[in-house]
Design a protein around this ligand. Structure first.
Ligand code: URA
Ligand code: SF4
Length: 217
């Protein structure tokens, strides 16, 4: 199956999925959107209020900020694939539960495999944890890391940054490093072995205090 067909099939399955309890409260599942041949993929956490209303990712306040960040590096949202680790809105925008992340993971896996981007930008802790389970966002944000031949760039979630002026500056600065990372990914992507910084995997650390990142939407 070609990439477009695979993405359409995943989207169709997501729209009617009942694999986790989030389907009870959702209005619209949000599969994600973007060109099938995107070199770069953005993975957020989960749909918020407006995303649930419209069935599209990052269309609320966080989405507006994401578009501004993209514009800073001469990217338009139409040029990148944007999705989330869970495709249905957690009630009240609570954090996704482990079983919801597990249930939904297969859709994201198929999207990544089909698009095969050379670089993935993770937005927030949950999408970062998929690739760098033991990393701390406060230590690795903005730092491009090879994971299985793909460059992963963990960023703070734009919604967290909106609520915290100091984080906003950090996210803006981290985004400015993207063009160089994209260049590096184009050059060396799909060739590198797993080479992430040892401090991200050495030993499990307890989760940092994430209270500032709650109520993201
Ligand atoms: N926040 C996310 O993580 N994803 C969205 O789609 C919107 C807001
Ligand atoms: Fe299915 Fe994912 Fe929605 Fe759960 S969040 S119902 S697994 S599409």
């Amino acid at each position: 199956m070609n990439t477009m067909d695979t993405l359409a099939e995943v989207a169709a399955q997501v729209k009617v999925c009942e694999k986790c309890a989030l389907h009870f409260s959702r209005k619209n599942a949000v599969p994600g959107e973007g060109p099938a041949d995107s070199e770069i993929m953005f993975i957020g956490e989960g749909p918020g209020f407006y995303e649930n209303e419209q069935g599209r990712p990052f269309v609320g306040q966080a989405g507006k900020f994401l578009e501004e960040l993209l514009a800073e590096v001469n990217l338009k949202r139409e040029q990148v694939f944007i999705t989330n680790v869970v495709k249905c809105r957690p009630p009240g925008n609570r954090d996704p539960l482990p079983e919801e992340l597990t249930a939904c993971n297969g859709y994201l896996e198929r999207q990544i495999e089909a698009i095969d981007p050379c670089i993935i930008v993770t937005l927030g802790r949950y999408s970062m944890a998929k690739f760098m389970p033991f990393a701390r966002i406060s230590e690795v944000h903005g730092r491009a890391t090879w994971v299985n031949g793909r460059l992963i760039v963990p960023m703070y979630h734009p919604a967290a940054a909106l609520h915290q002026p100091s984080l906003k500056t950090t996210v803006v600065q981290d985004f400015k490093k993207l063009p160089a990372a994209i260049e590096q990914a184009r050059k060396d992507g799909h060739k590198k072995a797993d080479q992430e910084a040892p401090d991200t995997r050495q030993e499990p650390k307890p989760p940092e205090d994430t209270s500032q990142q709650l109520s993201l939407f």
